[in-house]
Structures are given as C-alpha cells and as structure tokens.
Ligand binder design. Structure first.
Ligand SMILES: [Zn+2]
Length: 315
C-alpha cells in the first residue's frame, strides 16, 4: 500500500500532474513523498478527503507552492496552522468534518481564497483576519460552537454565501447589511433572541439610545448631526474614510457607516433614536399566518413623529 502511494506520487511528480487524488488512503501523516526534494511544483489540486491526518506540515507552501485547491474533508485535523497562510494561490480550502478548534490568524493572508469550508468542527471562535479575505465568496461554518461571527466579516465584500447553521449565535450582527454581494444567509439552529415577530415584548437593538413618542417633536442633537452628516456624505459613503477619526470619533464614524435601520415610512436612516409603532398582528395582512396568536405584534420603526403619525401598514 505504502509503495503504491509512493509510486502514485512519484508519477505525478515526473509527469508534472496538476491534480493528485489521495482520497480514502487511510493516511495518518502527510506523505513524505509529497514533501521531499523540491516537492510537487506543478500541483494545483490536492484531494485528500477521508484520511486520518491530524496536522498539516510546516513546509506545505514551500513544497506545493502552486496549490489552488486543497480538499481535506473528513480528517482529524485540530489546528489550521500558520503555514497555511503561505499558500498564496489557494482559492478553495475544504476542512469540513475535522476536529478543528483553532484557525490561525494567518488564514487572512490567503488573498486569493474564494471558498472556505469549515463545517462540522469544534470552532468557538474565528480570527478577525477572516475579514481580510477580499475574494471570499463562500463561507460555510455550520455545525460548530461559534458564539459570534468574526468581527470583521463585513469587510469580505465578495461574500455571496454565508452558512452558519447549528452554532450558538444569539444575534444577527447588523454589520452584515454592509455585504453588497450576499445572496444567501443561513442561520438555522442557533440561539437568536431578537426576532421582530413572535414576541409580545419588543426587543430593540442595544444601539438604540432613545425611543421617540408622538410628543417628541425635536430630535436629539446627536441624531440631527448624524442625519446631516449622512445627507452631506451620502454619495461618497463607501469612501467615508476621508472623514478621519480626527474629524469624528471612531464610534460615530462606525455608526454613520451603519445606521440602526431605515424609516419604514420614508426610508431615511436612523442612528440613535427610533419611533416604534405597534400593530397587533390580528389587524395586519399577516394574521392568517399566526392564527390564534392574538398577542403577537408587528412593529414599524419610524424616524420622526410625522412618519409615526402617517405610517400605515396598508399604505
Ligand atoms: Zn421617516
């Protein structure tokens, strides 16, 4: 068996193969044959699913410098090591169904990476450097133990498919709204506590500083300032960095990038204050979907007393 493996690899080396299939080989270590001498400089795709690997070699990038796709599905790897960061051409990395507890920050150096699959592992945390993966289109981190998403995930501007099913998330970060290409977001089987329907008590995001009523005609000064700034810089909002922290505190700059939400009546952004308007669900067109649940309400969020007074579900 071992000699058959050596033969397969040495043929791939001599004939400069771009693909190498080492699935279902019962490998417990990365084959030395792959790493000896100058390695396999022409190899682009390595398939090693369903083996028993526990680690990855430190000199992986040195010996397989042109890897574009690496499939390690169903092994026993515990740590994604620093060495992975040197595979600069890697576009596809599949480490699903392993025993991963740690993904090193160097993952952020994989600037060509498009598809990252880490489902079915033991991850409680992902490094913020995931946000450096500007080409990333697919991220599957379902069935792990994540309490939060990577804090800079909203900077993965190419992200199209985000699958986070069966983790321990308790909220959907608002920053995800900044992902312009996101097509599919799946978060089933988590511990999400804030949902607009199905709760009598209305949970507002922690960022809401004030709740307006019909009597508050005058907006707080900070809210007025934020709305004015937003109007002024709206056209160049994607390029807001020139409004440096010198001209505006970082916390306000972030808020400006990411409003609490938009008025249900007029679509204007709101930053610190919302005017909620409650509609008992039985009075709405959605009543049929929630038969018998008369205590459920629908909440509309408005930007001012004027919008609060004029908003109507049916208009
Ligand atoms: Zn409004």
């Amino acid at each position: 068996m071992a000699s058959e493996l050596c033969k397969t690899i040495s043929v791939a080396r001599l004939e400069k193969h771009k693909n190498l299939f080492l699935n279902y080989r019962n490998l417990q270590h990365f084959p030395l044959e792959l790493l000896k001498d100058e390695g396999l400089q022409y190899l682009e795709r390595l398939y090693m699913k369903r083996n028993s690997l526990t680690t990855l070699p430190e000199n992986l990038a040195q010996k397989l410098p042109n890897l574009v796709e690496l499939y390690l599905h169903s092994n026993n790897i515990v740590v994604v090591p620093e060495a992975i960061g040197s595979l600069v051409k890697l576009q596809c990395l599949d480490l699903s169904d392993n025993a991963l507890e740690i993904v090193c920050p160097e993952i952020g150096r994989l600037r060509a990476l498009r598809h990252l699959r880490l489902a079915n592992n033991q991850l409680q945390f992902l490094p913020p450097e995931v946000g450096d993966l500007k080409e990333l289109q697919t991220l599957d981190i379902s069935t792990n133990r994540l309490l939060t998403l990577p804090e800079r995930l909203h900077l993965c501007l190419s992200l199209q498919y985000l699958t986070v099913d069966r983790n321990r998330l308790w909220c959907v970060p608002r920053h995800l709204c900044q992902l312009p290409s996101l097509n599919e977001l799946s978060m089933a089987g988590n511990r999400l506590a804030f949902l607009p329907l199905g709760q009598l008590t209305v949970f507002l995001p922690a960022e809401v500083k004030a709740i307006g009523t019909e009597k508050d005609h005058i907006l707080p000064l900070q809210e007025l300032a934020m709305r004015t700034l937003h109007h002024t810089y709206h056209a160049s909002l994607k390029d807001l960095d020139f409004l440096s922290p010198v001209s505006l505190p970082r916390s306000l700059l972030e808020l400006l990038h990411c409003p609490l939400g938009h008025c249900h009546r007029c679509s204007e952004p709101m930053f610190t204050i919302v005017y909620p308007k409650l509609f008992p669900l039985r009075e709405t067109p959605m009543a049929g979907l929630h038969q018998g649940r008369t205590t459920v309400s629908f909440v509309a969020y408005c930007c001012s007393t004027q919008c609060l007074q004029t908003f109507d579900l049916l208009s």
